[in-house]
Design a protein. Sequence first.
Length: 129
Amino acid sequence: MQARKEGVIRAHGTSCHGMDPLNTSAKNPFVQVDLARINPEGLSMDDPNKPDVVASRLEEMHNAGKGVIGMKIYGEGKMQEADRRDASLRYVLGLGTVDAFIIGFETPEQIDDTFTRTEAALAGLVKKS
């Protein structure tokens, strides 16, 4: 908190790996930004059987004014099929509570592919609104 007060950092937060830390981070005012694992299949997530439970925690954080950064959008690379990646992007972006997301890439082509898929997912969300 001192580093933020001195302007050394802009925000402080957590990277959650488990439902207990996720639940605590949602309620703790110290947490201003949170990195949380989210995808519709529950792959490599805090509660693998209940993505909607995780999504509700992210909504709680978002509604409290916390920044939410999504991780494991492609399930730690387990979503190899294009339709699964598209579905995950639509799900995460459609939540309206994830401010940004991070994905690990191994090739520049994967980056380009995700940009294209993200643009398509966002365009689909705008058309439905």
